[in-house]
Design a protein around this ligand. Structure first.
Ligand code: 4AD
Ligand code: MG
Length: 477
């Protein structure tokens, strides 16, 4: 007897063989047809039990959610929608799932409902498809970098530095909350946090990745990052995964080239390797869109949209050009932007980013050369002394998916900037050392992994593309 995954059985189809599969019941109809799924694929395998040959008490244990082992003969199926099925001769119940209390019933559950059941939602078609795509994307990311001469670098999670200088950090503390050390003013002395040091969860591995790029040449990180921003949007998590390549001797143009090539490659990988899941997710979206007004429907089905990104050039536009476009635009005939852009120097909101991508250029956009004062301290100052060599990749339906830059490699310019921003130079002594010893042009970027999974799967809310979302409301599991 051969034990198979459903994916293997469907692709090899050993008709007439004795086979065995394990999985969870999706549906059980007419006391006869069990649709079983084991997570290996979006497809269920139909198993036919001839109820006359089975004990009634056994059949009573079979309901949606129960875990079974089924053995039998693989035969061609007469039924619609499947090529093969198992004619069962033995059923073993690993574990039952009481229909009165098992929350995932064979009907359409809302995503909000399933968010409350994060430990069980992966048994639904939608979440299993999303999580398989997520897994494929992670593999593709490693493959791309490993094939292109990058080394995988593990940046620390607990760190003393604020890479983005935005103050959105979660503190890491070993203090006794009931009896914390106090400073001279009688306030809690947080500088004693981590065995006598002030530390936090990393917001980005970039600064540490820079130190490695300046020795290994090309590196990338791929790990969890944390932001204590209290934003409740469909694009923000308090814990998200980020991919941060960092390359010595790359300028901003080379950085933009890499980001575009990388994104296209990983999406192509998903198109080539996740076809069944993408087809399911596309159909799911089309069904969902039917209930929306015409003007809110997406112009392209999911797979076509992914192909479009893979096959077309991203549009590269300077911040200054983008501002000129935005000043003279309205998102539609009736409406103005919620935050109208009237001067150079303003930070772009997600509505502006999405306007540029979805309405104006109708393709992914890379914006570059942003005003220095709306970007982080480490970005390379341009000759105009007003702008920095920053780049953001903007995506349809998402907005910013990548943020990156060429880094300031000149010690004096960096020190000056740190001073202007009142950052304590002592905290960054090691980062400044890179500019003291063998400094060189270098660049990198950060891709928000969950935003990429959202794009690849068409999921509207970032909470639905990570197993256990951490948001201001949600960290229960
Ligand atoms: O633009 P950000 O803040 O850039 C950095 O952290 C740089 N240090 C990256 C680098 O140059 N190495 O973040 C990078 C990307 C964003 O474009 C976005 O896709 C994602 O990370 N991101 C988030 N994703 C989910 N939830 C959040 N709260 C996010 N904040 C940023
Ligand atoms: Mg950014």
């Amino acid at each position: 007897m051969n034990s198979y995954s459903i994916k293997e059985l469907l692709s090899t189809q050993p008709i007439g063989d004795a086979v065995e599969i394990n999985g969870w019941v999706k549906t059980f109809r007419s006391n006869r047809f069990i649709a079983l799924n084991d997570g290996s694929t979006i497809h269920n395998l139909q198993c036919v039990v001839d109820f006359e040959n089975f004990d009634e008490t056994l059949l009573k244990q079979i309901s949606t959610g129960a875990a079974l082992k089924i053995s039998g003969t693989l035969v061609e199926s007469q039924g619609r929608g499947q090529s093969v099925e198992i004619q069962a001769n033995a059923v073993f119940v690993h574990g039952t799932a009481d229909p009165e209390t098992y929350p995932i019933q064979p009907k359409k559950h809302s995503l909000e409902f399933l968010r409350e059941k994060a430990h069980l939602r992966v048994r639904t078609n939608t979440f299993s498809a999303v999580m398989r795509v997520r897994s494929a994307l992670s593999f593709a990311i490693h493959s791309y970098f490993q094939q292109n001469g990058f080394y995988y670098m593990h940046a620390p999670i607990v760190t003393g530095s604020d890479a983005e200088g935005a103050g959105e950090m979660f503190r890491v503390s070993t203090l006794d909350p009931k009896n914390p050390p106090l400073n001279e003013q009688g306030e809690v002395d947080y500088t004693q946090d981590f065995f006598g040091k002030e530390t936090n969860l990393t917001v980005s591995g970039q600064l540490e990745a820079e130190t490695y790029a300046m020795g290994l040449g090309k590196v990338y990180t791929f790990g969890p990052t944390f932001r204590a921003e209290n934003s409740n949007t469909s694009r923000h998590l308090a814990e998200f995964w980020m991919i941060e390549p960092e390359m010595a001797f790359y300028d901003l143009d080379a950085n933009m080239d890499l980001s575009e090539d990388f994104i296209k490659w990983i999406l192509k990988y998903v198109l080539d390797n996740c076809q069944d899941d993408l087809e399911f997710l596309e159909k799911r979206l089309l069904d969902e869109e039917k209930s929306k007004p015409q003007n809110e429907r997406s112009e392209m089905p999911l797979i076509e949209k992914l192909k479009f990104v893979v096959e077309n050039n991203f549009k590269r536009v300077s911040y200054t050009e983008a501002i000129d476009i935005l000043k003279n635009s309205k998102p539609n005939k009736k409406k103005k932007f919620q935050f109208p852009i009237d001067e150079w120097g303003a930070d772009l909101q997600s509505e502006h980013e999405r306007f540029l991508v979805e309405k104006h250029f109708k393709c992914p956009v890379i914006l570059f050369d942003y005003p220095a004062n709306i970007k982080a301290f480490y970005m390379r100052l341009n000759e105009d002394e007003k702008t920095v060599r920053a780049m953001d990749v903007l995506f349809p339906g998402i907005g910013e998916i990548v943020g990156g830059s060429q880094r300031e490699e000149r010690l004096d310019v960096l020190q000056q900037k740190i001073k202007e921003l009142n950052i304590d130079e002592k905290e960054l002594w090691w980062y400044l050392d890179l500019r003291r010893f063998g400094t060189a042009v270098h660049s990198g970027f950060g891709l928000g992994f969950e935003r990429m999974v959202q794009f690849a799967t068409g999921m509207g809310n970032i909470r639905d593309v990570i197993p256990y979302p951490r948001t201001p409301q949600n960290a229960e599991f």
